[in-house]
Design a protein around this ligand. Structure first.
Ligand SMILES: [Mn+2]
Length: 452
């Protein structure tokens, strides 16, 4: 088949089927492009309603490209694992469920970005009975739960991006510009992995910039000179066939942790690994955010920055002073993938937690980032010190030593499995592993393995 407009009619014709379009939706081209976009097609013996038993999933829209802003197809959708829908029923009605859900939510809203899907339009759409209430949440759910093929691509993006991070850690030297590391990362991903694009603009923060959560944008384009004694926080991920990776490594610019850098780093490593160890189906994501906060507070007490009761600190939301972002987010075709807040799942209006991009319970097949961090952000610290409910926990002299420290984030990409999680990222994580890698060692290390 040569390139032609994608319209359900075309698909159906290619399949030798007759179809009824109940609703239609033009998805953002990026989403429509991907070969493993899922469409759930219901085969109806009785066109008045879907028969769940006859529901099958098509994995398809293979080899699409977005010429001229509109989606085009070079191949018809293919059924998964040999289910040829044509054989499902003798007399077949295919209902393509395209649309958005209504209810209390705005139609077709991406709960993370706030973007809204555009209405589909093609010649002849007026001949169809359009139902805009159905497909949006269906597709969103399809994107939350990754198939084996999708996981294979995500393992790949993670493997190559992890290798690229290791290259960067070996290459970084005091006196270099941050953007040299960005450039090296992207070069590695493209030249060694065929990954032309990054999942997002690289964040290569050194020194105080490592506490700037979204550093690296056009207004702050990774252009500082890396200095001796800096912590580096490099958050970079390559993308392959639209599938993202999202990995953060934090390390000392000169390759050797100071005692304070080691203490903060190991605090975050402890929370990261505690979270991964606790991940399994049924676990509520906000509980893991709280777990990370709690470990950070314990460690900050141990280091001497804070003192007092952890329960009282939690009440005062002190965790969010040091980790003002969410613990992690869904990852997939978008780096902050969709599906975090389907109908019935609500945001939690508390410092820190309100920044979570999902508050769902974990289920097998979900892919998330685990990215705890501890940052010394002046305006948050000043705010906390000005608030008697928080100020009472701080040892100001010790805190003063950490002003200008920057921050540490450790970001891993994981898949929730039937009984635990699978870690996709493979970069040096312990202090020893990082120092060895930065000294040029290619010695293998054992990546963390939580419960499988
Ligand atoms: Mn992330």
């Amino acid at each position: 088949m040569t390139h032609g407009e994608i319209s359900p009619c075309t698909w159906f014709r290619n399949w030798g089927l007759t179809g009824e379009l109940l609703g239609s939706k033009t998805l953002p081209p990026k989403n429509l492009l991907h070969p493993s976009l899922h469409l759930r097609i219901h085969f109806l013996e009785d066109p008045s309603g879907p028969d769940d038993k006859a529901t099958t999933e098509l994995q398809g829209l293979a080899a699409l490209d977005a010429g001229g802003g509109g989606a085009r197809a070079s191949a018809p959708p293919r059924p998964r694992s040999g289910t040829r829908p044509g054989s499902a029923c003798a007399s077949l009605h295919v209902t393509l469920l395209l649309g958005e859900h209504g209810g209390g939510h705005r139609r077709g809203v991406n709960t993370d970005s706030g973007s809204i899907c555009r209405e589909a339009s093609f010649e002849g759409i007026s001949k169809f009975n359009v139902n805009n209430t159905i497909l949006h949440p269906e597709i969103v759910e399809c994107r939350v739960f990754k198939t084996d093929m999708e996981l294979e691509v995500l393992r790949y993006t993670n493997r190559i991006s992890s290798e690229a991070h290791r290259e960067v850690m070996k290459a970084v030297k005091v006196g270099m510009k941050e953007y040299e590391m960005e450039s090296l990362f992207e070069h590695y991903c493209y030249s060694r992995g065929g990954m032309r694009h990054s999942s997002y603009t690289c964040i290569c923060g050194s020194g105080e910039n490592s506490a700037v959560l979204h550093y690296g944008h056009a207004g702050a384009p990774n252009d500082r000179t890396i200095q001796d004694g800096d912590m580096c926080l490099f958050d970079m991920g390559g993308e392959y066939y639209c599938f993202s990776s999202d990995i953060t490594c934090s390390f000392p610019a000169n390759g050797k942790f100071t005692a304070d850098q080691k203490a903060i780093y190991e605090a975050v490593l402890r929370s990261c690994r505690a979270v991964m160890s606790a991940m399994k189906p049924g676990v509520w994501w906000p509980d893991l955010h709280r777990l990370a906060d709690r470990i950070h507070l314990e460690e900050l007490i141990r280091i001497g920055i804070l003192s007092g009761s952890i329960d009282a600190m939690s009440q005062a939301h002190l965790g969010a002073v040091f980790m003002p972002h969410g613990l992690g987010h869904f990852l997939g075709i978008d780096v902050h993938d969709v599906g975090g807040y389907p109908e019935g799942v609500e945001r939690i209006d508390e410092p820190g937690l309100r920044n979570l991009r999902t508050t769902r319970h974990l289920e097998p097949g979900m892919v998330l980032t685990v990215e705890p961090g501890i940052y010394f952000i002046d305006h948050l610290l000043d705010e906390a010190l000005a608030d008697p409910a928080c100020a009472c926990f701080f040892n100001r002299e010790v805190l003063q030593r950490f002003r200008g420290f920057g921050g540490v984030r450790i970001e891993e990409d994981v898949v929730v499995t039937a009984s635990g999680m699978e870690l996709l990222t493979c970069v040096p994580r312990t202090v020893e592993e990082i120092e060895a890698c930065m000294a040029g060692s290619d010695k293998a290390f054992t990546p963390f393995s939580g419960p499988k």
